[in-house]
Design a protein around this ligand. Structure first.
Ligand code: HPA
Ligand code: ZN
Length: 326
């Protein structure tokens, strides 16, 4: 196995990271105290013990509950800065970060406070050598008109966004529903990604590609059930942003050794390793890579280098930045 420290020597791009999923239990308590928010947990340990999930939904329930402590622009700046510091220590040099605007506006926050706080953090990160951008991610289990309103409310700030995405509870909320939202995002000049094929079927991956115009698929591991889809992903070099620790924690697979990442790599799919919600799933990007080397003794250094290289290639960074990171 390769240690986290050795993996961290490889420069990588993190492409699948929910900023709200970097809210560590200590910070939940710190912000709860600062903002006078009550918590149904007695202590940090008590909260950590609740981190036992049986499905995506069981995680989402806790994830949305904890983010109630995030109240101000400054909270989002702190959250973003702390993530970028930890990511930097793990070798991440470029981060494309999801934020769930609707989870905050539904609580009465202004979308622009969230956006501005995260932009503050990215500016701090840029000074320290980590580039990146923000992905406005729509919650697929909330009404489509709400997603459209959220997008319109930030349309005048489209220049501060990199892309749009689609996340939250997947089964029963096919990408097709969001076709008009993504069409509008493209009109605004935004890049497009979408979660698909995590708990949902391979058919959702097809829809994300054909109806939403997704340029990358987040998770997408259930693509392995559909050989025709695999062939398309390979031919068109469509990246999958895989999150190994997440898949185990949410019981999408039974153990790390069952992860299809090496199969996918062998089949010529553009796969990348990411951390998804590292505060909840047990580690950051290099921790995920190191975990894979422990689970797969046959995983060679050259495969780690390939994964790191893929992450940069699959990013939306400009060609000059990509060259710097290679
Ligand atoms: N899947 C869907 N929605 C999410 C996730 C995820 O892994 N993490 C945070 N929101
Ligand atoms: Zn995700």
């Amino acid at each position: 196995a390769t240690s986290t420290a050795r993996v961290a020597a490889l420069p990588t791009a993190e492409l699948h990271l929910h900023i709200e999923g970097t809210l560590e239990p200590e910070m939940v308590f710190e912000l709860a105290a600062r903002n006078n928010v009550g918590l149904p947990f007695q202590s940090v340990e008590d909260l950590r013990e609740a981190y036992q999930f049986t499905s995506l939904q069981s995680f989402l329930d806790l994830y949305y509950e904890c983010m109630a402590v995030l109240q101000t622009r400054d909270d989002f700046r702190t959250l973003g800065e702390r993530y970028l510091e930890r990511a930097y220590e793990q070798g991440v040099r470029h981060a494309e970060i999801f934020f769930d605007a609707q989870a905050h506006t539904a609580r009465g926050l202004a979308a622009e406070d969230v956006l501005d706080g995260l932009l503050d953090a990215l500016h701090t990160g840029a000074r320290k050598g980590i580039s990146g951008g923000l992905i406005l991610s729509f919650l697929r289990d909330r009404p489509v008109p709400e997603a459209l309103e959220t997008l319109e409310s930030l349309a005048h700030r489209a220049g501060d966004l990199l892309a749009v995405g689609l996340d939250s509870a997947e089964v029963g909320y096919p990408p097709e529903l969001f076709t008009p939202v993504f069409a509008r995002a493209k009109e605004l000049g935004l890049r497009v990604v979408a979660h698909a094929g995590e708990e949902g079927p391979a058919a959702y991956v097809w829809e994300a590609l054909d109806l939403l115009g997704a340029e990358r698929i987040d998770h997408g591991i259930r693509s392995i059930e559909d050989p025709e889809l695999i062939e398309r992903l390979r031919r068109e070099r469509i990246p999958l942003t895989l999150c190994p620790f997440s898949n185990v924690k949410l019981a999408v697979i039974s153990s790390l050794a069952e992860h299809p990442i090496l199969d996918l790599l062998d089949q010529g799919i553009m796969v990348t390793v990411n951390s998804d919600d590292p505060a909840y799933f047990g580690g950051y990007l290099a921790d995920n890579m190191a975990g894979l080397t422990a689970a797969f003794p046959s995983l060679e250094e050259s495969a780690l280098e390939r994964l790191a290289r893929n992450s940069v290639d699959a990013s939306f960074a400009g060609s000059e930045r990509k060259a710097e990171l290679h």
